[in-house]
Design a protein around this ligand. Structure first.
Ligand SMILES: Cc1cc2nc3c(=O)[nH]c(=O)nc-3n(C[C@H](O)[C@H](O)[C@H](O)COP(=O)(O)O)c2cc1C
Length: 232
């Protein structure tokens, strides 16, 4: 038996624009952030073998309130964003989706960086303060009160303007932005593993409360978040 509703759901997700607009980045935050500033230079850290990093990767949530030294978070961001595929993904749809995904971070106990909300440039090389006073604790609250989120030094946020994305990419675009967020999320996991930090994905959140907390434009949503930082 083939149910019509399942057929309709399937049909809605097949189409994707023929020539997706790769550079049609939208602005998901209602208020403009300060001017972007480049991230600090990464410190010299020994590299771990890829095999070791992959096989030892796991979700660690026992975050501590220890200070995160600037060379460590600089190295972390460097590892996450170096040769990131934004706009140059060999897969055309992946590249298009990456153009719609905005990344930001809520900082806490990061040396040299006031606690607050920091959007990244698309290549991750620069960040800007959008709002101080947004805390990891606030994020924990809108993520189903998962207290460990409030103790993480870095909380990474993946945000998309769903209406703009669907207008450009069609219904299937949702799948691609999700996949892109997941790929960057795994980079965060791997960088944390390499630098001895904890890391854990967050898929559980109250959508409306999260959008209000982050000051998102109407139609923009928090898709996914990842906590990272020193663990006990
Ligand atoms: C997309 C995604 C969302 C997740 N959301 C949560 C979450 O909200 N809360 C939580 O405690 N763990 C969350 N996790 C972590 C999973 O619980 C964890 O990855 C899973 O138990 C497998 O363990 P491992 O990552 O150590 O292999 C999430 C992981 C992913 C990939």
């Amino acid at each position: 038996m083939i149910y019509d509703i399942l057929k309709d759901v399937y049909q809605a997700g097949i189409s994707i624009a023929r020539s997706p607009a790769v550079d049609s980045a939208t602005h998901v935050f209602a208020r403009k952030p300060d001017r972007m500033r480049p991230g600090p230079d990464p410190g010299p850290f020994e590299t771990m073998s890829f095999f070791h990093a992959v096989t030892h990767r796991r979700s660690r949530r026992n975050f501590s309130s220890q200070n995160l030294p600037e060379p460590v978070w600089a190295a972390f961001l460097n590892r996450v964003f170096t040769r990131i595929f934004a706009g140059q993904d060999p897969d055309e749809t992946g590249a298009a989706a990456s153009g719609f995904l905005e990344m930001a971070m809520i900082s806490r106990n990061m040396e040299g960086l006031a606690p607050g909300l920091y959007p990244f440039s698309r290549d991750g090389a620069a960040l800007a303060c959008r709002q101080t006073g947004v805390s990891a604790m606030d994020l924990a609250r809108v993520c189903l009160d998962q207290a460990w989120i409030g103790r993480a030094a870095m909380n990474f946020l993946f945000v998309v303007d769903l209406a703009a994305m669907e207008a450009a990419l069609g219904a299937r675009g949702y799948r691609y932005v999700m996949m892109h967020a997941g790929r960057v999320g795994q980079r965060l996991y791997m960088a944390a593993q390499e630098l001895g930090l904890g890391c854990c994905g967050i898929g559980a959140m109250y959508d409306k409360e999260a959008a209000a907390l982050l000051g998102l434009n109407h139609g923009s949503v928090l898709l996914y978040a990842v906590s990272a930082g020193p663990v006990k």
